[in-house]
Design a protein around this ligand. Structure first.
Ligand code: FAD
Length: 428
C-alpha cells in the first residue's frame, strides 16, 4: 500500500499522476507499448465452442486486453474492436455461459485459483450458477458470450490489491462488478477471468458533517447511503438505477433525475482511491475542495468503466436535505413544446431540482406497467425545492411558462405521500 499522509497533498497528487501515467504508458492503452507487451505474454488459450456452434470470433486474452490485465467492461476490452463483430450483433448466435469456455484447466491456471484461495479463503466461488449470474446482463440488451471463471468478494482494499496483483501475474482479465444496473453490457465477461464483486465493501468510513462530505467503500448503494445520511439531514443527490453502487456510479459517470441541479458523478466526487492493474494504489486528490495541484486524476477515473483500475474508496460531496419540495406534472401536444418549456425555465433562472420528459411511448409503458390511465402524450415532471414559499413561487412561475407554450393539465402536489405517489407512479 502506498498511501501518503494527508498533509502531503500536492506531493501525493503529483506522484499519483506519475504512477498512473507510468501505468498507462506501460499498458497497451498506448499502441506502441501494446505490441511489445503483447509479444512478451505467455499464450493463454481462449475459449472455443466444442459443440461446433457458430460463435463470434473471440480474441485471445493476451491479445485482447490490457497486458496488465486491469481491463474490465465488456465491449470496451478490445482495442481492435473494429475488426471484431459487435457482441450485440443479432446475426451472431450468441449464447449465455458457455460451459466449454470456463474449463478452469484451459482458462486459468489452477495455481492462480489456489493463490486467490489463499487471499480470500471462502470469499470466492467457482460455482457455475454464481458465475453465470455475474456474467449475464442484468439490465442490458447486450448478450453474454462467456461467464467469469471465478467470482471474488473482497472485503477490503488490501484484498482487492492482492487479487489484482495475482491477476496481473497470471494475465487474467478483471471485471469490477457493482450493482449490475448498467445498461450497456459493462459487467459482462467476454474473456472470462475474475469478476470482482464489491458487495462486501459497503462501509461508510467517515462522515464529515461540517464539511458535507462522506468517505465510503465502493460497494455501498446510493439508496443505502441516503438511508444512512437521512438522520443527519444530508443526502447524496445522484439517483441512477435502484441498486447501483457508488463504485459503479463513479465508473459509469452516472447521472440521475437531479442532474439538472446538482450535476453528474463528475461534479460530486471529491476524491478516489483506486487499485491500478499492477497493484499500485492511487489516491487521486485530497478532501480539500480548493485544491488543484497536478492532473485531475479523479475525473480521469470517473467514467473509465472499470478499465483503468478498481475503485476502492470514494469521497463524495453531500447536500442538505431540502426543507420543502413541490412535484409538478403537465402535458404537451409535441415534444418540441415540452423542450421549449425546459429551455425557457432554465433561461428564466428558476432553479429546478428535477425535470424529466416522458414521450407518449413511455407514458403508454407506465400505464401498462403501473395500471395508470395517464393521457398518452409528451409529459413533463418537475420538482422544486427550498423553503415552502420559495418552492411554491417557483412552481407558479413554471406553471405560467407552461401555459405560454401550450402545455395543459398542470398539477402540483406538496403532501409527502402525494409526491411519492406521483413520482413513484411514474418511475416505479
Ligand atoms: C431503472 C434504471 C434507471 C437508470 N437510470 C439512470 C440514470 O438516470 N442515469 C444514469 O447515468 N444511469 C442510469 N442507469 C444506469 C445505471 O444505473 C448506472 O450506469 C449506474 O451508475 C451503474 O452502477 P452499478 O453499481 O450498477 O455498476 P455496474 O453495472 O455493476 O458496473 C458498471 C461499470 O462500472 C464498473 N465498476 C463497478 N464497480 C467498480 C469499481 N469499484 N471500480 C471500478 N469499476 C467499477 C464495472 O466494471 C462496469 O464497467 C439506470 C439503470 C436502470 C436499470
Amino acid at each position: 500500500m502506498r498511501f501518503l499522509p494527508a498533509t502531503a497533498i500536492s506531493r501525493l497528487r503529483s506522484s499519483s499522476s506519475n504512477r498512473l501515467l507510468c501505468f498507462l504508458r506501460s499498458s497497451s492503452l498506448l499502441p506502441a507499448a501494446a505490441s511489445t507487451a503483447l509479444s512478451s505474454h505467455p499464450t493463454l488459450q481462449s475459449s472455443s465452442d466444442g459443440d461446433g456452434n457458430h460463435q463470434p470470433q473471440l480474441l485471445r486474452w493476451h491479445r485482447a486486453i490490457l497486458p496488465l490485465t486491469l481491463a474490465a467492461s465488456a465491449g470496451v476490452f478490445y482495442f481492435d474492436l473494429l475488426h471484431s463483430p459487435a457482441y450485440c450483433d443479432p446475426l451472431l448466435h450468441h449464447q449465455y455461459g458457455l460451459t466449454e469456455s470456463t474449463d478452469l484447466s484451459k482458462e486459468v491456471p489452477n495455481v492462480f485459483i489456489e493463490e486467490l484461495r489463499t487471499i480470500l479463503q471462502d470469499d470466492m466461488t467457482l460455482d457455475y450458477d454464481e458465475r453465470y449470474f455475474h456474467g449475464k446482463p442484468q439490465n442490458s440488451f447486450h448478450k453474454a458470450v462467456n461467464v467469469p471463471d471465478v467470482v471474488v468478494y473482497p472485503r477490503s482494499q488490501d484484498d482487492v490489491q492482492k487479487i489484482v496483483i495475482a491477476c496481473n501475474k497470471y494475465k487474467v482479465p478483471v471485471v469490477p462488478y457493482g450493482g449490475a444496473t448498467s445498461i450497456e453490457g459493462h459487467t459482462l465477461a467476454p474473456n472470462g477471468g475474475v469478476c470482482i464483486d464489491t458487495s462486501m465493501m459497503k462501509n461508510v468510513k467517515t462522515l464529515h458533517i461540517e464539511d458535507m462530505d462522506v468517505v465510503v467503500e465502493p460497494g455501498i448503494g446510493w439508496m443505502e447511503l441516503n438511508e444512512y445520511l437521512k438522520p443527519y439531514g444530508l443526502f447524496f443527490p445522484l439517483d441512477p438505477g435502484p441498486g447501483a453502487t457508488i463504485g459503479g456510479m463513479c465508473a459509469t459517470r452516472c447521472s440521475g433525475s437531479l442532474a439538472v441541479r446538482y450535476g453528474t458523478m463528475k461534479d460530486n466526487v471529491i476524491s478516489l482511491q483506486v487499485v491500478l492493474g499492477n497493484g499500485d494504489i492511487v489516491k487521486t486528490a485530497s478532501r480539500a475542495r480548493k485544491s488543484a495541484a497536478g492532473y485531475d486524476l479523479t475525473r480521469l477515473i470517473i467514467g473509465s468503466e472499470g478499465t483503468l483500475g478498481v475503485i476502492t474508496q470514494v469521497t463524495l460531496r453531500l447536500q442538505k436535505l431540502p426543507q420543502h419540495s413541490v412535484v409538478a406534472m403537465c402535458n404537451f401536444s409535441t415534444i418540441k413544446d415540452a423542450a421549449d418549456v425546459a429551455i425557457a425555465t432554465m433561461l428564466s433562472g428558476i432553479q429546478v431540482s428535477r425535470v424529466e420528459l416522458l414521450d407518449e411511448v413511455m407514458i403508454q409503458a407506465i400505464n401498462f406497467a403501473n395500471g395508470k390511465e395517464l393521457p398518452e402524450v409528451p409529459t413533463m415532471m418537475f420538482e422544486f425545492i427550498g423553503t415552502e414559499a420559495y418552492a411554491r413561487e417557483q412552481t407558479l412561475l413554471v406553471q405560467k411558462i407552461v401555459s405560454e407554450h401550450g402545455g395543459t393539465d398542470f398539477v402540483f402536489v406538496e403532501d409527502p405521500d402525494a409526491k411519492k405517489e406521483l413520482w413513484k407512479g411514474m418511475f416505479g
